[in-house]
Write a protein that binds this ligand. Structure first.
Ligand code: PHE
Length: 338
């Protein structure tokens, strides 16, 4: 019986099969157990020797069962380890790499140019009080310029700023002249979108205030910016224009030898000498906040420009809506160009 049992144990290929063998031999009604039950019928003098014999057989079978069970469990574990193993020699899966958004790249260029000229960088809110976006900038409610900048209004009377010029007011509230400041950020206009118009776009605002600041300083600064962006051959052009918060006001354009052969004048933004009414409005706000009036009698210039226009021409992007459509193919072209 022992030999047969050992053979059966070796033949078992799974833990379940082994369990069946175990039940058959040493289970409650197994063959070995039954054999032990026959001891009572033997004459007392044979009982002891026979009992010892059966126990030896049972111990041998049990030992073989234990050994086989351990072997089967080890094999199962090995199989699992093999199937779940990580092959560290396989080539890795390439992760899609990111890239800087073209608007971020243009901003970085611009901020670099102006910080090298000693400008401070300021940041301010996109959700703005009407006063900072309009009145303090010499744009009263009845002024036609309000129609030029159709506005998203919030229910609480605030608005989404229509330009970054709100930062002129906010910065002068907190700082005293002389000062040089640039501020970047999103602006919003309530208008139909097309290839060159979006309801959200970006601006860079600049403000310089001090003693005897003149239009010549403004022109020199814009020219310096153009050379910083496009190299020494860049040219700038100013044309008279109207913004309520500057006087005189101008629009400016730049021209440079575009390596893609699309050289043309690029209208970049507006600028001008800060209107005295703006300085007065700032001093009024300062006074109301318990601060000194320090702006009346000063002079300064301001400018505002759109990085989208620079990026469209610089990178050959034909439609402003591509910037914000979240199509990874757009930004994918700027991969690795950090
Ligand atoms: N805020 C003006 C605009 O959004 C641009 C500008 C800024 C003009 C500063 C003059 C001075 O169009």
């Amino acid at each position: 019986m022992q030999e047969q049992a050992i053979q059966d144990i070796h033949a078992a290929e799974t833990l379940e099969a082994l369990q069946a063998v175990k039940t058959r031999y040493v289970g409650k009604s197994g063959l070995v157990t039954k054999e032990l039950g026959t001891l009572g019928k033997l004459p007392p003098e044979e009982r002891k020797a026979r009992g010892a014999e059966i126990n030896v057989v049972r111990a041998a079978i049990q030992a073989a069962l234990d050994e086989k069970e351990a072997a089967l469990k080890r094999a199962a574990l090995d199989a699992r380890l093999a199937s779940e193993a990580v092959d560290v020699t396989l080539p890795g899966l390439p992760l899609p790499a990111g890239g800087l958004h073209p608007i971020s790249r243009v901003y970085d260029d611009l901020i670099g140019i102006f910080t090298r000229m000693g400008y401070e960088v300021a940041e301010g809110p996109e959700v703005e009080e009407e006063h900072y976006n309009f009145e303090a900038l010499n744009i009263p409610w009845y002024h036609p310029a309000r129609e030029l900048q159709d506005t998203f209004w919030l229910e609480d009377g605030r608005l989404l700023r229509t330009h970054t010029s709100n930062m002129q007011i906010r910065y002068m509230l907190e700082h005293e002249p002389p000062l040089k400041m640039v501020s970047r950020g999103k602006v919003y206009r309530f208008e139909a979108t097309d290839a060159t118009h979006e309801a959200m776009f970006h601006q860079l605002e600049g403000l310089v205030v001090g003693e005897g600041i003149s239009m010549a300083d403004l022109k020199g600064t814009i020219a310096e910016m153009a050379r910083g962006l496009y190299g020494a051959s860049a040219k700038v052009r100013f044309q008279p224009s109207y913004y309520p918060f500057v006087e005189p006001g101008a629009d400016f354009a730049v021209y440079w030898d575009n390596p893609r052969g699309e050289s043309k004048w690029l209208e970049l933004g507006g600028c001008g000498m800060v209107h005295p009414n703006v300085f007065k409005a700032v001093d009024d706000l300062r006074e109301a906040a318990g601060k000194e009036r320090v702006y009346e009698g000063k002079t300064g210039f301001a400018f505002g420009l759109g990085p989208e226009r620079i990026a469209m021409l610089k990178y050959g992007i034909p439609d402003i809506r591509y910037f914000y459509a979240n199509d990874p193919r757009v930004i994918g072209q700027f991969r690795g160009e950090l």
